[in-house]
Design a protein around this ligand. Structure first.
Ligand SMILES: [Zn+2]
Length: 392
């Protein structure tokens, strides 16, 4: 990974290059940023820059043996730690450890980093591990292995680099072991932590690191780069950038239609449109079937449904107040918005949003999905019913 592979973040890159130039390389950095802002690829680019034999003022060379091995995620002096878990079936049938280590999944890591350009989300990672509805964890065995590895000298005489992706998932025992290393690091060691929710990192580790904070990527930059790097049309790029809210990763998924295995944004929108129509027609039995269909989808997919639904509600509302040009919708959605705009008025929009927020909150807390979606469908029905009555 090179600096030029990361979208925007120019000021942060400049400061990172500066630390190398001045020989002020901090031994523990904490890269923080929302998903899709580029914290992970930037940490990887920094690791490569530090280790490159022919780096320039601007970037690593991308061609020397160090760069070559860093790019393939095969450098013997660079270690990667990330949350993992084994599926319940794999553990039950003895195919996997109950507390696996990062290294056991390094082949997937080496697949996914190039595939996503490092813009990898936690959920995409879990999906690849086959554990969509479980959370990953960094186990103590990982930290122990690291202590062992750190006992050796760097093979190539450069920096020993440890990239810890999502330290918020460190098991407490693992964090304590790691803390000792961070507190008293062997010489020429570089810890690069990459976090989405830094406030959840154990404080003793966080306080030992220097923060490198990434902001969201500007919409116009995302749109421009989608056109330049991905060949997306200007209009498609603009829509994707708008919906992605500062996340390059999300923008790419939206623009290229690779939003999750169980359907893209359009498909989530369809689910919401169907719900609204069933509510309008008061087809209660069908509403129960709708909830039955939603329940088994992964939690992440359910969250994406909520986001797509909220986006459509917003579009309905904008249509109702004559600002449909601000709503990014496809033709089918546009028709839906025109039909439903009268019910998504100033008076009801907050109620709709509240129901979505409740649903999202319960999904996060892992509530019983069938009950949640049935309740949600009934609540939406009630709001539409009241709105219809008021319009009569
Ligand atoms: Zn190089």
């Amino acid at each position: 990974m090179q600096f030029k592979d990361i979208i925007g973040q120019e000021e942060v890159k400049r400061r990172l290059r500066e630390t190398v130039r001045q020989g002020r390389i901090s031994h523990a950095l904490l890269f923080t940023g929302a998903e899709g802002t580029g914290a992970l690829p930037l940490a990887l680019a920094y690791a490569q820059y530090v280790n490159c034999r022919n780096r320039t003022e601007e970037d690593s060379c991308g061609e020397c043996p160090e760069c070559y091995r860093m790019q393939r995620l095969e450098h013997p002096d660079c270690h990667y730690i990330y949350p993992v878990n084994a599926s319940k079936e794999a553990v039950a049938t003895g195919r996997a450890d109950e507390k696996p280590r990062s290294e056991q999944f390094v082949h997937l890591w080496r697949q996914m980093i190039p595939e996503t350009g490092g813009y990898l989300t936690e959920q995409e990672w879990y999906a690849r591990l086959g554990i969509e509805n479980q959370q990953g964890i960094i186990n103590k065995s990982d930290a122990n292995e690291l202590v062992r590895q750190m006992g050796f000298k760097a093979f190539e005489g450069g920096y020993k680099t440890v990239v810890v992706w999502l330290p918020e998932r460190l098991h407490e025992t693992a964090a304590n072991t790691l803390l000792k290393l961070v507190e008293e690091p062997p010489e020429r060691t570089l810890f690069l932590f990459v976090s989405v929710e830094p406030e959840k990192i154990i404080a003793t580790i966080r306080s030992r690191t220097q923060t490198v904070a990434l902001a969201g990527v500007a919409d116009d930059l995302i749109a421009r780069e989608l056109v330049a790097r991905r060949g997306i049309t200007a209009e498609g790029a603009e829509q994707a950038a708008y919906l992605a809210q500062g996340s390059w990763g999300a923008a790419v998924r939206l623009a290229t239609g690779t939003e999750g295995a169980e359907g893209g944004t359009a498909e989530h929108g369809e689910r919401f449109i169907r719900l609204m129509r069933l509510c309008y027609q008061q087809k209660y039995l069908d509403l129960f079937s709708w909830a039955e269909e939603m329940a088994p989808l992964g939690r992440e997919v359910q969250k994406q449904f909520c986001i797509a639904g909220l986006e459509l509600l917003r579009a309905c509302y904008l249509t109702g107040i004559g600002l449909q040009r601000l709503a990014y919708t496809n033709p089918a959605q546009e028709r839906f918005c025109q039909n439903f705009a009268p019910y998504v008025s100033h008076a009801t929009v907050e109620e709709f949003v509240r129901e979505f927020e409740l649903l999202l909150g319960h999904i996060r807390q892992n509530g019983n999905a069938r009950i949640l979606f049935t309740h949600f469908a009934m609540s939406i029905c009630k709001i539409i019913g009241t709105a219809r009555a008021a319009l009569k």
